[in-house]
Design a protein around this ligand. Structure first.
Ligand code: 2IT
Length: 443
């Protein structure tokens, strides 16, 4: 225990004020400490010290001109965390909350998540404090072009392959790709999440949500249950929530909540059919609010609250980091919730994770949401082959990958016939990266 404290004190001293990064590191270090300290080769090679230091961080100015002709300045980042098992891979986030700490935590998590996918991808993350809310299409295009004017020097199909995250969807990937192509005079798989007619993969938009539900299905199977007939509390209303809701409905579950920064929606009838497609309209409006859903469908809107007070069997946090705290966790358990599949990255606070992990069946984001980046990996494979797989082919592979991640969690996290998914995901993700680092020497 002392060892963990000492280690964390060093991480905190080297990365002052980066509390999200500290949180992500702490969670992984707690899980892998025994495996780490029992392996003299890991210790000698100082694997954990190396893993908690990004290989490279790029920070740059992003100047652009808005529709009124005014010059705007944002900050752009790319955190290239680990290339131990493949090119840096991970999304770009455009949101005012973006800081170096947020992107370091995301890049760190991504490294273990990508390792779990079974595909050869290292970890990275990037983005900007740019706020897409209320921006016109023209402004978004100009911002993306300026962002790529610097980023293009640092990325490449064999070096670093960014994708979307919060605030970066198909439209933004299109503008970023267009600018990369103009600057490099190359049509390559340098970004994933591309449009279907220009190098994208089928199922990529749905993949994070679909994968999360396939993983949930496996967790339920372990306890003799199924999706069918259960109620689901979902947070968020973006791409991830959308994909998860489609698949939950398909498998006979009922989703009764979604949420936005303005509050949450209770729809007792279930969010299905046209209502699911309406989420895409809400997102495309660029207003970042969920309240219009209540007006459109006569559902209830609860302002300024999170959805976790509403009783459900299963909760899928699909919004952002630390969106579910210890009080929320206690409320969920009190209301009879028996499974939390964290679908956002680090969606639960540190104490909420501890509590949930001993009170119900919990799995961490790096396992549950890995389907998104897994299908990005499949997009890279298709780009390399200059070939496109069918929906069925991609969906099948996604299914297999989520099954393998579940298996890895069981392999590394099971004792006394009970699977600790937190331990399993963290150790399973860690061991592969650590062994690759040992093989490649001190580089
Ligand atoms: O958090 C994530 O895994 C993503 N935003 C997707 C990253 C990717 O490269 O597809």
């Amino acid at each position: 225990m002392n060892g963990i404290n000492d280690f964390m004190n060093q991480v905190i001293a080297r990365n002052p004020g980066e509390k999200e990064f500290h949180q992500a590191v702490h969670e992984v270090v707690e899980s892998v400490w025994d495996v780490y300290t029992k392996n003299p080769r890991y210790l000698r090679a100082r694997i954990l010290e190396r893993m908690t230091e990004p290989e490279r961080v790029i920070i740059f100015r992003v100047p652009w001109v808005n529709d009124r002709g005014e010059v705007q300045i944002n900050r752009g980042y790319r955190v290239e965390f680990s290339s131990a098992i493949g090119p840096y891979k991970g999304g770009l986030r455009f949101h005012p909350s973006v800081t170096l700490s947020i992107l370091k935590f995301l890049g760190f998590e991504q490294t273990f998540k990508n390792s779990l996918t079974t595909l050869p991808m290292g970890g990275g993350k990037g983005g900007s404090d740019f706020n897409p809310k209320g921006k016109t299409d023209n402004e978004i295009m100009h911002f993306c072009q300026s962002f790529m004017n610097e980023l293009y020097r640092h990325i490449g199909p064999n070096t670093d392959v960014p994708a979307g995250d919060i605030g970066v969807g198909g439209r933004e990937i299109g503008y970023l790709f267009g600018q990369y192509k103009r600057l490099k005079n190359e049509f390559t798989g340098v970004l994933t999440g591309k449009g279907i007619n220009w190098g994208g993969s089928l199922i990529r938009p749905e993949a994070t949500g679909f994968g999360a539900v396939y993983f949930t299905q496996q967790m339920l199977k372990e306890i003799g249950k199924d999706i069918e007939g259960h109620t689901f509390g979902v947070s968020g209303f973006g791409n991830v929530a959308w994909g998860a809701i489609i698949k939950i409905n398909e498998l006979g579950g009922k989703v009764v909540t979604i949420s936005g920064p303005d509050g949450f929606i209770i729809d007792k009838e279930g969010i299905a059919g046209d209502k699911v497609e309406y989420l895409l309209e809400l997102r495309a409006s660029n207003n970042d609010v969920v309240e219009p859903y209540a007006e459109e469908y006569g559902a209830k809107f609860i302002p300024n609250q999170r959805p976790w007070s509403y009783p459900v069997d299963i909760a899928l946090p699909c919004a952002c980091e630390n969106e579910l705290n210890i009080e929320d966790a206690k409320q969920l358990v009190k209301n009879g919730c028996f499974l939390v599949a964290e679908t956002s990255n680090m969606g639960c606070t540190y104490d909420a994770v501890e509590y949930l992990n001993k009170s119900l069946v919990y799995a961490p984001g790096k396992a549950v949401n890995a389907g998104g980046v897994a299908v990005s990996g499949l997009e890279m494979s298709q780009n390399s082959m200059r070939y496109n797989w069918t929906r069925e082919e991609v969906d099948n592979r996604l299914h297999i990958i989520m099954g393998e991640i579940h298996q890895t969690c069981k392999q590394y996290g099971t004792s006394n016939n009970k699977t600790n998914y937190l331990l399993g995901a963290n150790i399973g993700g860690f061991v592969k990266v650590a062994d690759a680092m040992l093989s490649q020497g001190v580089v």
